[in-house]
Design a protein around this ligand. Structure first.
Ligand code: PGA
Length: 243
């Protein structure tokens, strides 16, 4: 099966013109492009094969929430995916409680949620057991709602394993370790939340050179790409590795 490749542009590029150019260059099937909010509409207009994703969303409906973006607004722009709980947002103070509210609201709205989980280096250096315990705790807290939802919803959930120490550092996880963690995440979803059928991605310093190492693993259903998604030639190599 073709793997899912997600481009998380974060706070890039600087201009609308560059955003449109980049979106056209990366418009492939089984690709999700998550631009900054300000470029969602322009990117939505040019995409023919790729799907549109947002980098965050607010959990409450319409109303007086200065600076926030609603699910209805995202859906109006034809967004199909939303990243929730990225470690860069957690670093800014987003808690598991807030993330759980966002996941719940987004799943109920019909968007596909890409929940990001992963341990920081302090945890990982204690050993793999500590990393597994940490990720399990995040999953159980952030996805508590799954117990109440019907089984069909789980295809609309994706979990991205992104060890924090690998994000933007050029130090990717060992693919064999990422595969074990992806398997563990699927087991946790099934055992603790009765959720089966969700895809698990790896993210953290994925490049054209190392993508195949992750994408050929049966446990890993795709990759979430930050820095390398801003370079069309690099991104094309990653997409090719997933086919
Ligand atoms: P990176 O970012 O590919 O630049 O490490 C990944 C991410 O933050 O999703």
């Amino acid at each position: 099966m073709q793997k899912l490749i997600v481009a998380n542009w974060k706070m890039n590029p600087a201009s609308l013109k560059e955003a449109v150019h980049l979106a056209k260059a990366c418009d492939k099937t089984e690709v999700v492009i998550a631009p900054p909010f300000v470029f969602l509409e322009a990117v939505s207009r040019v995409l023919k094969k790729a799907s549109l994703g947002a980098q965050d969303v607010f959990w409450n409906g319409d109303g007086p929430w200065t600076g926030e973006i609603s699910l209805r607004q995202l859906k109006g722009l034809r967004a199909k995916y939303v990243i929730i709980g990225h470690s860069e947002r957690r670093k800014l103070g987003e808690t598991d409680e807030v993330i759980a509210k966002k996941v719940t609201a987004a799943l109920k709205s019909g968007l596909t949620v890409m929940l990001c989980v992963g341990e920081n280096w302090d945890v990982r250096k204690e050993g793999k057991k500590a990393a597994y315990d940490f990720v399990r705790r995040q999953i159980v807290k952030d996805l508590a709602v799954l117990k109440k939802l019907k089984i069909g919803k789980f295809k609309k959930l994706i979990v991205a394993y992104e060890p924090v120490w690998a994000i933007g550092t050029g130090k990717n996880d060992d693919p064999a370790d990422a595969a074990l963690m992806a398997g563990f995440i699927k087991e946790t979803l099934a055992a603790d939340l009765a959720a089966i059928g969700s895809r698990v991605l790896y993210g953290g310093s994925v490049t054209g050179r190392n993508a195949r190492g992750f994408l050929t693993l049966p446990e890993v259903d795709g990759v979430l790409v930050g820095g390398a998604s801003l370079n069309p030639a690099e991104f094309k190599k990653i997409v090719a590795a997933g086919q």
